[in-house]
Each structure stands twice: as structure tokens, then as C-alpha cells.
Ligand binder design. Sequence first.
Ligand code: CTP
Length: 220
Amino acid sequence: MIQDSFKGKTVVITAGPTYEPIDPVRFIGNHSTGKMGYALAACFAAHGAKVQLISGPVSIKANDQSINVTSVTTADEMYAAVKQLAPTADIMVFAAAVADYKPKVFADKKIKKSGDELTIELVKNVDIAAALGKEKKAGQFSVGFALETHNESANAREKLQKKNLDMIVLNSLNDPGAGFKHDTNKITIIEKDATTAFDLKQKTEVAQDIVNLIHKRING
Ligand code: CTP
């Protein structure tokens, strides 16, 4: 792929986890490091794209000048940022591990311990990919991720359709070295009429594979 193959294109990427506050000192989160989303951002930028990276709390940084980072904490904040940037996007990549649920109420004072059990009521968060899928314009290309443990292909296909995605990157938890907490990943890319399996690779190389296929699809 030539260096400037994404010149003139704007790519909106979500990355990292979201933190859903319980009280001023506690939250519900997950182990996402943001590495996959940041690797994709770097790869698109290296090929000439303007990148809008909407990132949950992570310890890594984006180094390219053409990556504009919007830092968010909660799923609601991530959604607000993505929604605002979506109309500018040629490509949208939903790589964030958004918390599916958030505490129903935020306790404005630290919850003190009392009793042997504590129940925190959770309510569903907005599904950012699905919400944006409903507003997708003609010509916009969108990519989601799925992490599955069983019925992988069928579940991923269902998400492709439900979230109105063009492509879904499937990580299987059954593959050693893939997914959370690893620098490597083993993916299968699922599209309406195609399935492409890749070997276990460094996340930077995985990002290149994903970007290559997006380029191929966009340019016919
Ligand atoms: N996603 C999102 N907003 C959410 C949940 C998920 O944008 N609230 C996006 C993720 O970034 C990913 C895709 O949707 O691209 C799939 O996420 P996943 O959590 O695997 O799917 P769910 O629909 O939440 O299904 P389940 O957890 O039941 O497998």
C-alpha cells in the first residue's frame, strides 16, 4: 500500500476501556490497554489519514501529529465525543472496550462499608457502535470488534448486522496470545460476503492487516 493511500480521509477511532463511576473513589472498568486502537490510529496516520482518536483512560500515548486525541472517561462521554465527530468521518473504527453497564446512581460521597453484602444496581450503557450505525451515511465505512468465547463466527455475524458495520474484527479468546493484556493478536475479519483469517502477530502488524483490507474495500 502506498504511503499516502488515506490522504484526504478522516478516520474516527474509539479505543481503550471506559470507567463507570460508583462513587468519588471507585469505578467499574475493564483490562483494555487501548493498544489495538492506538496501533490502528498510528497506521492510518502513517498512510496519510487525519485521525480522531477518542480514548478511554489508558497509559499509552499517540505520537503522530495527525492524530487528534479526545480523552474521555465514561461511555456517555465517549458517545458524545464520537457523535460530534461522526459527520466528519469517512471511516469509523470502534475498537474501545465500552463497559456494557454503569451504576444506576452515582454516590456523591464515598460509600462506607456496612453489612456483609453490597448490591450495586447497574443499567445498560449506550451501544456506541449500534447508535452510530443507525446514523451511518452513504459512503461511510465502519468497523467493529468482537471478543467471543463460543459460536464465534455466528455471534460476530450477528453483531455485524445489528450494528450496521461493514466489517467486524473477531478476536477469539480460545487463541493463546490473543486479546487483552497481550502485545499479539490473532484475528479473523468477517464481512457480509467474506471471511479472512490471519496468523498470530504483533498488534502493530495486525493493525496493518486491518488497514490494508479497509483500503482494498474502499477502493474496490
Ligand atoms: N461497542 C460499543 N458500545 C458499547 C458496546 C460495544 O461501541 N456499549 C462496540 C465495541 O467497540 C465493539 C463492538 O461494539 O466494536 C462489539 O462489542 P461487544 O462488547 O463484543 O458486543 P456486545 O454487543 O456488547 O455483545 P456481548 O458483550 O453480549 O458479546
